[in-house]
Design a protein around this ligand. Structure first.
Ligand SMILES: Cc1ncc(COP(=O)(O)O)c(C=O)c1O
Length: 428
Protein backbone atom coordinates (compact mmCIF):
# COMPACT_ATOMS: atom_id res chain seq x y z
CA UNK A 1 0.00 0.00 0.00
CA UNK A 2 1.39 3.44 -0.88
CA UNK A 3 0.79 6.47 1.28
CA UNK A 4 -1.52 7.84 -1.43
CA UNK A 5 -3.86 4.87 -0.96
CA UNK A 6 -3.63 4.83 2.81
CA UNK A 7 -6.48 5.62 5.20
CA UNK A 8 -4.34 8.34 6.78
CA UNK A 9 -3.98 10.08 3.44
CA UNK A 10 -7.74 9.92 2.85
CA UNK A 11 -8.51 11.31 6.31
CA UNK A 12 -6.12 14.20 5.66
CA UNK A 13 -7.74 14.97 2.31
CA UNK A 14 -11.16 15.15 3.93
CA UNK A 15 -10.51 16.62 7.37
CA UNK A 16 -7.19 18.49 7.57
CA UNK A 17 -6.72 22.04 6.24
CA UNK A 18 -4.42 21.69 3.22
CA UNK A 19 -1.93 24.44 4.18
CA UNK A 20 1.10 22.11 3.94
CA UNK A 21 2.58 20.53 0.83
CA UNK A 22 3.23 17.19 2.54
CA UNK A 23 5.55 14.48 1.26
CA UNK A 24 3.73 11.36 0.18
CA UNK A 25 4.66 9.27 3.19
CA UNK A 26 2.95 8.35 6.44
CA UNK A 27 5.47 8.11 9.27
CA UNK A 28 4.59 5.83 12.15
CA UNK A 29 7.70 5.21 14.26
CA UNK A 30 11.15 6.57 15.09
CA UNK A 31 14.29 5.39 16.84
CA UNK A 32 17.54 7.34 17.09
CA UNK A 33 18.26 9.12 13.80
CA UNK A 34 15.79 6.94 11.89
CA UNK A 35 12.06 6.85 11.19
CA UNK A 36 9.82 4.25 9.54
CA UNK A 37 6.72 4.63 7.39
CA UNK A 38 3.53 2.58 7.50
CA UNK A 39 4.93 0.17 4.90
CA UNK A 40 7.95 -0.52 7.11
CA UNK A 41 10.36 1.47 4.93
CA UNK A 42 13.28 3.01 6.88
CA UNK A 43 14.56 6.58 6.47
CA UNK A 44 17.52 8.45 7.90
CA UNK A 45 15.93 11.54 9.42
CA UNK A 46 18.23 14.45 8.52
CA UNK A 47 15.38 16.95 8.90
CA UNK A 48 14.73 16.00 12.54
CA UNK A 49 11.25 17.54 12.33
CA UNK A 50 12.85 20.80 11.07
CA UNK A 51 15.65 21.09 13.63
CA UNK A 52 13.51 19.85 16.53
CA UNK A 53 14.37 16.25 17.47
CA UNK A 54 17.79 17.06 18.94
CA UNK A 55 18.06 13.71 20.75
CA UNK A 56 16.60 11.80 17.81
CA UNK A 57 13.51 9.67 18.28
CA UNK A 58 12.41 7.67 21.33
CA UNK A 59 15.41 8.72 23.44
CA UNK A 60 15.03 6.92 26.80
CA UNK A 61 15.72 10.10 28.81
CA UNK A 62 12.89 12.01 27.09
CA UNK A 63 10.53 9.07 27.59
CA UNK A 64 11.53 8.80 31.25
CA UNK A 65 11.07 12.58 31.88
CA UNK A 66 7.67 12.62 30.14
CA UNK A 67 6.49 9.57 32.03
CA UNK A 68 7.69 10.80 35.44
CA UNK A 69 6.27 14.32 35.07
CA UNK A 70 2.99 13.18 33.45
CA UNK A 71 2.32 10.98 36.48
CA UNK A 72 3.05 13.89 38.81
CA UNK A 73 1.56 17.05 37.20
CA UNK A 74 1.01 17.87 33.51
CA UNK A 75 -0.48 21.35 33.59
CA UNK A 76 -1.47 24.05 36.04
CA UNK A 77 -1.64 27.31 33.97
CA UNK A 78 0.57 30.24 34.90
CA UNK A 79 -1.69 31.24 37.78
CA UNK A 80 0.55 29.11 40.03
CA UNK A 81 4.25 28.47 40.66
CA UNK A 82 5.73 25.17 39.47
CA UNK A 83 9.25 23.89 40.10
CA UNK A 84 10.08 22.53 36.59
CA UNK A 85 9.51 25.99 35.03
CA UNK A 86 11.73 27.66 37.63
CA UNK A 87 14.52 25.09 37.15
CA UNK A 88 14.44 25.39 33.37
CA UNK A 89 14.51 29.19 33.54
CA UNK A 90 17.60 29.00 35.77
CA UNK A 91 19.29 26.61 33.33
CA UNK A 92 18.55 28.86 30.34
CA UNK A 93 19.92 31.95 32.13
CA UNK A 94 23.04 29.91 32.95
CA UNK A 95 23.34 28.94 29.27
CA UNK A 96 23.26 32.59 28.17
CA UNK A 97 25.84 33.34 30.85
CA UNK A 98 24.50 36.79 31.70
CA UNK A 99 21.82 37.86 34.22
CA UNK A 100 18.28 37.81 32.87
CA UNK A 101 14.86 36.17 33.11
CA UNK A 102 12.82 33.85 30.89
CA UNK A 103 9.24 33.94 29.56
CA UNK A 104 7.81 30.61 28.38
CA UNK A 105 5.47 30.02 25.44
CA UNK A 106 4.71 27.11 23.09
CA UNK A 107 6.37 27.78 19.75
CA UNK A 108 8.93 29.87 17.92
CA UNK A 109 6.37 32.32 16.59
CA UNK A 110 5.20 32.95 20.14
CA UNK A 111 8.75 33.34 21.45
CA UNK A 112 9.23 36.08 18.83
CA UNK A 113 5.82 37.60 19.51
CA UNK A 114 7.01 38.16 23.09
CA UNK A 115 10.14 40.03 21.98
CA UNK A 116 8.17 42.12 19.49
CA UNK A 117 5.76 43.13 22.26
CA UNK A 118 8.67 43.78 24.60
CA UNK A 119 10.27 46.08 22.00
CA UNK A 120 6.99 47.96 21.57
CA UNK A 121 6.65 48.41 25.32
CA UNK A 122 10.27 49.47 25.60
CA UNK A 123 9.77 51.96 22.75
CA UNK A 124 6.58 53.35 24.21
CA UNK A 125 7.55 53.56 27.85
CA UNK A 126 11.31 53.86 28.08
CA UNK A 127 13.82 56.51 27.22
CA UNK A 128 16.91 55.52 25.31
CA UNK A 129 17.01 57.19 21.93
CA UNK A 130 19.73 59.83 21.87
CA UNK A 131 17.38 61.80 19.56
CA UNK A 132 14.80 62.44 22.24
CA UNK A 133 12.03 60.97 24.33
CA UNK A 134 9.39 60.29 21.63
CA UNK A 135 7.85 56.80 21.56
CA UNK A 136 9.71 54.48 19.17
CA UNK A 137 8.27 51.38 17.52
CA UNK A 138 10.15 50.35 14.39
CA UNK A 139 12.04 47.04 14.33
CA UNK A 140 14.75 46.35 11.75
CA UNK A 141 14.91 42.79 10.36
CA UNK A 142 16.67 41.30 7.32
CA UNK A 143 15.95 39.96 3.86
CA UNK A 144 15.69 36.15 3.75
CA UNK A 145 14.86 36.10 7.48
CA UNK A 146 12.08 33.98 8.94
CA UNK A 147 10.44 34.80 12.26
CA UNK A 148 7.22 32.75 12.33
CA UNK A 149 3.70 32.62 10.92
CA UNK A 150 1.69 34.82 13.27
CA UNK A 151 0.75 38.27 11.91
CA UNK A 152 3.67 39.81 13.80
CA UNK A 153 5.95 36.97 12.64
CA UNK A 154 5.15 37.37 8.95
CA UNK A 155 5.38 41.15 9.26
CA UNK A 156 8.87 40.74 10.75
CA UNK A 157 9.92 38.14 8.16
CA UNK A 158 11.99 39.46 5.25
CA UNK A 159 10.43 37.20 2.60
CA UNK A 160 7.50 38.33 0.46
CA UNK A 161 6.10 34.83 -0.09
CA UNK A 162 4.94 34.47 3.54
CA UNK A 163 3.01 37.75 3.43
CA UNK A 164 0.98 37.18 0.25
CA UNK A 165 -2.75 37.52 0.84
CA UNK A 166 -2.50 38.73 4.45
CA UNK A 167 -2.50 42.51 4.10
CA UNK A 168 -2.65 44.74 6.02
CA UNK A 169 0.37 43.56 7.94
CA UNK A 170 1.52 44.81 11.30
CA UNK A 171 3.20 48.18 10.78
CA UNK A 172 6.67 49.06 11.97
CA UNK A 173 9.09 46.62 10.33
CA UNK A 174 11.86 47.57 7.93
CA UNK A 175 13.79 44.83 6.10
CA UNK A 176 17.45 45.36 5.21
CA UNK A 177 20.26 43.45 3.47
CA UNK A 178 21.83 40.85 5.80
CA UNK A 179 25.47 41.29 6.84
CA UNK A 180 25.41 44.95 5.72
CA UNK A 181 26.16 47.31 8.61
CA UNK A 182 26.05 50.41 6.39
CA UNK A 183 22.46 49.65 5.44
CA UNK A 184 21.57 49.33 9.12
CA UNK A 185 23.26 52.60 10.06
CA UNK A 186 21.41 54.40 7.25
CA UNK A 187 18.01 52.92 8.15
CA UNK A 188 17.93 54.14 11.76
CA UNK A 189 15.49 56.96 12.46
CA UNK A 190 14.09 58.49 15.65
CA UNK A 191 11.42 55.75 15.55
CA UNK A 192 13.75 52.75 15.43
CA UNK A 193 13.68 50.76 18.64
CA UNK A 194 15.18 47.31 17.99
CA UNK A 195 16.91 44.90 15.62
CA UNK A 196 15.69 41.30 15.30
CA UNK A 197 18.18 38.93 13.66
CA UNK A 198 18.89 35.21 13.18
CA UNK A 199 22.61 34.54 13.81
CA UNK A 200 22.26 31.88 11.10
CA UNK A 201 19.29 32.37 8.77
CA UNK A 202 17.56 29.01 8.45
CA UNK A 203 14.45 29.05 6.28
CA UNK A 204 16.10 31.64 4.03
CA UNK A 205 18.80 29.15 2.92
CA UNK A 206 21.42 28.85 5.72
CA UNK A 207 23.34 32.10 5.73
CA UNK A 208 25.49 32.87 8.78
CA UNK A 209 25.93 36.37 10.13
CA UNK A 210 29.56 37.45 10.10
CA UNK A 211 31.35 38.18 13.38
CA UNK A 212 31.74 41.82 12.33
CA UNK A 213 28.03 42.07 11.59
CA UNK A 214 26.89 40.78 14.99
CA UNK A 215 29.44 42.88 16.87
CA UNK A 216 28.51 45.90 14.73
CA UNK A 217 24.79 45.43 15.46
CA UNK A 218 25.57 45.37 19.18
CA UNK A 219 27.51 48.59 18.94
CA UNK A 220 24.80 50.28 16.82
CA UNK A 221 22.13 49.26 19.35
CA UNK A 222 24.25 50.58 22.21
CA UNK A 223 24.83 53.92 20.47
CA UNK A 224 21.15 54.40 19.61
CA UNK A 225 19.63 53.00 22.80
CA UNK A 226 18.02 50.13 20.84
CA UNK A 227 17.43 46.47 21.71
CA UNK A 228 19.38 43.71 19.98
CA UNK A 229 17.07 40.68 19.77
CA UNK A 230 18.45 37.32 18.57
CA UNK A 231 16.18 34.72 16.99
CA UNK A 232 17.94 31.45 17.91
CA UNK A 233 14.85 29.35 17.31
CA UNK A 234 16.54 27.22 14.66
CA UNK A 235 20.25 27.76 15.35
CA UNK A 236 20.28 27.79 19.16
CA UNK A 237 20.68 25.30 22.00
CA UNK A 238 23.33 23.10 20.46
CA UNK A 239 22.66 22.91 16.75
CA UNK A 240 25.80 24.92 15.88
CA UNK A 241 27.91 22.97 18.38
CA UNK A 242 27.42 25.66 21.01
CA UNK A 243 24.58 26.33 23.44
CA UNK A 244 24.39 29.85 22.06
CA UNK A 245 24.59 30.17 18.28
CA UNK A 246 25.93 33.71 18.51
CA UNK A 247 28.87 32.57 20.67
CA UNK A 248 29.96 30.20 17.90
CA UNK A 249 30.12 33.26 15.62
CA UNK A 250 31.55 36.00 17.87
CA UNK A 251 33.97 33.68 19.74
CA UNK A 252 35.16 35.09 23.05
CA UNK A 253 34.09 38.67 22.24
CA UNK A 254 32.27 40.64 24.89
CA UNK A 255 28.76 40.39 23.41
CA UNK A 256 25.45 40.17 25.27
CA UNK A 257 22.14 40.34 23.39
CA UNK A 258 19.07 41.99 24.93
CA UNK A 259 16.74 39.10 24.14
CA UNK A 260 17.04 35.55 22.80
CA UNK A 261 14.14 33.54 21.33
CA UNK A 262 14.22 29.73 21.41
CA UNK A 263 11.85 26.93 20.39
CA UNK A 264 12.33 23.89 18.09
CA UNK A 265 15.14 21.86 19.73
CA UNK A 266 14.43 23.12 23.25
CA UNK A 267 11.89 20.35 23.91
CA UNK A 268 13.43 17.64 21.73
CA UNK A 269 10.01 17.31 20.05
CA UNK A 270 7.78 18.40 22.91
CA UNK A 271 6.32 21.86 22.04
CA UNK A 272 7.89 24.73 23.97
CA UNK A 273 9.03 28.27 23.25
CA UNK A 274 11.17 30.47 25.47
CA UNK A 275 12.37 34.06 25.48
CA UNK A 276 15.35 35.22 27.55
CA UNK A 277 15.39 38.91 28.48
CA UNK A 278 18.49 40.65 29.76
CA UNK A 279 18.72 42.18 33.23
CA UNK A 280 19.73 45.71 32.39
CA UNK A 281 18.58 49.00 33.90
CA UNK A 282 16.53 51.24 31.63
CA UNK A 283 15.05 54.66 32.17
CA UNK A 284 11.27 55.06 32.12
CA UNK A 285 9.87 58.07 30.21
CA UNK A 286 7.56 58.63 33.17
CA UNK A 287 10.58 58.74 35.48
CA UNK A 288 12.47 56.12 37.47
CA UNK A 289 14.21 52.98 36.23
CA UNK A 290 13.22 49.38 35.60
CA UNK A 291 15.15 46.25 34.61
CA UNK A 292 14.42 45.27 31.00
CA UNK A 293 13.64 41.71 32.18
CA UNK A 294 10.91 43.11 34.47
CA UNK A 295 9.24 45.33 31.87
CA UNK A 296 6.46 42.82 31.06
CA UNK A 297 4.38 43.06 34.21
CA UNK A 298 1.15 41.16 35.10
CA UNK A 299 -1.55 41.75 32.51
CA UNK A 300 0.87 42.77 29.74
CA UNK A 301 1.50 39.36 28.17
CA UNK A 302 0.80 35.70 28.77
CA UNK A 303 -0.34 32.30 27.49
CA UNK A 304 -2.31 29.51 29.14
CA UNK A 305 0.06 26.66 28.24
CA UNK A 306 3.48 28.35 28.17
CA UNK A 307 5.99 26.50 30.33
CA UNK A 308 3.84 23.63 31.61
CA UNK A 309 5.51 21.34 34.13
CA UNK A 310 5.47 18.61 31.47
CA UNK A 311 7.14 20.75 28.79
CA UNK A 312 9.73 22.18 31.19
CA UNK A 313 10.68 18.85 32.79
CA UNK A 314 11.11 17.38 29.32
CA UNK A 315 13.20 20.30 28.14
CA UNK A 316 15.42 20.09 31.23
CA UNK A 317 15.98 16.40 30.47
CA UNK A 318 16.89 17.29 26.86
CA UNK A 319 19.41 19.95 27.94
CA UNK A 320 20.92 17.66 30.61
CA UNK A 321 21.29 14.88 28.06
CA UNK A 322 22.98 17.18 25.55
CA UNK A 323 25.51 17.96 28.31
CA UNK A 324 25.87 14.40 29.61
CA UNK A 325 26.34 12.84 26.17
CA UNK A 326 28.74 15.53 24.89
CA UNK A 327 26.39 16.42 22.05
CA UNK A 328 27.69 19.97 21.52
CA UNK A 329 31.07 18.51 20.61
CA UNK A 330 29.36 15.83 18.51
CA UNK A 331 27.40 18.48 16.57
CA UNK A 332 30.61 20.31 15.77
CA UNK A 333 32.65 17.22 14.86
CA UNK A 334 29.98 15.55 12.75
CA UNK A 335 29.03 18.87 11.15
CA UNK A 336 32.62 19.57 10.07
CA UNK A 337 32.94 16.01 8.80
CA UNK A 338 29.67 16.24 6.83
CA UNK A 339 30.69 19.58 5.34
CA UNK A 340 33.97 18.14 4.02
CA UNK A 341 32.26 15.08 2.54
CA UNK A 342 29.44 17.11 0.97
CA UNK A 343 31.79 19.59 -0.68
CA UNK A 344 33.28 16.73 -2.73
CA UNK A 345 29.95 15.61 -4.25
CA UNK A 346 29.49 16.58 -7.93
CA UNK A 347 26.35 18.69 -8.50
CA UNK A 348 26.75 20.63 -5.26
CA UNK A 349 27.72 24.27 -5.71
CA UNK A 350 28.35 25.23 -2.11
CA UNK A 351 27.91 23.92 1.43
CA UNK A 352 27.11 26.59 4.03
CA UNK A 353 26.42 26.63 7.74
CA UNK A 354 27.90 25.65 11.08
CA UNK A 355 27.67 22.51 13.18
CA UNK A 356 24.64 20.45 12.22
CA UNK A 357 22.82 23.29 10.46
CA UNK A 358 23.98 22.79 6.89
CA UNK A 359 22.73 24.29 3.65
CA UNK A 360 23.58 22.40 0.47
CA UNK A 361 23.30 24.74 -2.51
CA UNK A 362 22.51 22.73 -5.62
CA UNK A 363 24.50 23.37 -8.80
CA UNK A 364 23.05 24.91 -11.96
CA UNK A 365 22.71 21.48 -13.64
CA UNK A 366 19.92 20.76 -11.16
CA UNK A 367 18.33 24.13 -11.79
CA UNK A 368 16.11 22.84 -14.60
CA UNK A 369 14.21 20.33 -12.52
CA UNK A 370 11.24 22.61 -11.95
CA UNK A 371 9.08 21.12 -14.75
CA UNK A 372 6.86 19.21 -12.30
CA UNK A 373 5.91 22.49 -10.62
CA UNK A 374 8.47 21.72 -7.92
CA UNK A 375 11.58 23.78 -7.27
CA UNK A 376 14.91 21.96 -7.74
CA UNK A 377 15.30 21.63 -3.96
CA UNK A 378 11.80 20.14 -3.61
CA UNK A 379 12.43 17.73 -6.48
CA UNK A 380 15.72 16.63 -4.89
CA UNK A 381 14.09 16.26 -1.45
CA UNK A 382 11.43 13.97 -2.96
CA UNK A 383 14.06 11.79 -4.65
CA UNK A 384 16.13 11.67 -1.46
CA UNK A 385 13.07 10.50 0.43
CA UNK A 386 12.46 7.75 -2.13
CA UNK A 387 16.05 6.69 -1.52
CA UNK A 388 15.66 6.65 2.27
CA UNK A 389 16.88 10.09 3.39
CA UNK A 390 14.69 12.86 4.81
CA UNK A 391 16.06 16.40 4.28
CA UNK A 392 14.35 19.79 4.14
CA UNK A 393 14.39 22.34 1.30
CA UNK A 394 15.17 25.97 2.13
CA UNK A 395 14.33 28.17 -0.81
CA UNK A 396 14.40 26.96 -4.42
CA UNK A 397 17.97 25.65 -4.60
CA UNK A 398 19.06 24.68 -1.08
CA UNK A 399 18.66 21.38 0.74
CA UNK A 400 19.03 21.57 4.50
CA UNK A 401 20.61 18.93 6.68
CA UNK A 402 19.50 19.32 10.30
CA UNK A 403 20.08 15.85 11.75
CA UNK A 404 19.64 15.03 15.43
CA UNK A 405 22.65 16.04 17.54
CA UNK A 406 23.20 12.32 18.31
CA UNK A 407 23.98 11.57 14.65
CA UNK A 408 26.96 9.25 14.10
CA UNK A 409 29.72 9.33 11.52
CA UNK A 410 28.33 6.13 9.97
CA UNK A 411 24.93 7.77 9.55
CA UNK A 412 26.55 10.78 7.88
CA UNK A 413 28.47 8.45 5.55
CA UNK A 414 25.22 6.71 4.67
CA UNK A 415 23.44 10.03 4.03
CA UNK A 416 26.33 11.30 1.90
CA UNK A 417 26.15 8.14 -0.19
CA UNK A 418 22.38 8.49 -0.70
CA UNK A 419 22.74 12.16 -1.65
CA UNK A 420 25.58 11.59 -4.11
CA UNK A 421 23.81 8.66 -5.80
CA UNK A 422 20.54 10.63 -5.95
CA UNK A 423 22.13 13.71 -7.52
CA UNK A 424 24.10 11.57 -10.00
CA UNK A 425 20.90 9.81 -11.10
CA UNK A 426 19.00 13.09 -11.42
CA UNK A 427 21.52 14.81 -13.69
CA UNK A 428 22.25 11.78 -15.91
C1 LIG B 1 14.40 31.35 12.94
C2 LIG B 1 12.98 30.96 13.16
N1 LIG B 1 12.18 31.78 13.84
C3 LIG B 1 10.89 31.45 14.09
C4 LIG B 1 10.35 30.28 13.61
C5 LIG B 1 8.91 29.93 13.91
O1 LIG B 1 8.86 28.85 14.79
P1 LIG B 1 7.51 27.99 14.95
O2 LIG B 1 7.31 27.28 13.67
O3 LIG B 1 7.79 27.08 16.11
O4 LIG B 1 6.42 28.96 15.25
C6 LIG B 1 11.14 29.41 12.87
C7 LIG B 1 10.59 28.17 12.30
O5 LIG B 1 11.05 27.66 11.32
C8 LIG B 1 12.50 29.76 12.65
O6 LIG B 1 13.31 28.96 11.94
Amino acid sequence: MTATESVTRQLFAEFVVPNYDRYDVVLVRGQGSRVWDEDGKEYLDFGAGIAVSTLGHAHPRIIEALDRQARQLIHTSNLYFTRPQAELARKLVEIVGSPGKVFFSNSGAEANEAVIKLARKFGNECAGSPSGDKPRFEILTFYRSFHGRTMAGISATGQEKVKEGFAPLLAGFNHLPFNDLNAVEKAITGQTVAILVEPVQGEGGIYAASREFLLGLRSICDRHGMLLMLDEIQCGLGRLGNWCGWKEIVGGADFVPDTVSWAKGIGGGFPLGATWVRKRKIQRLAGGTVDLCDLLQPGSHGTTYGGTPLACATSSAVLETIEREGLLANARTQGDYAKRKLAAIPGIKEVRGLGLMLGIELGAELGTLGASGKTPSQAVAIELMRNGLLAVPAGPSVIRWLPPLIVSREEIDQAVLILSKTLAAMVS
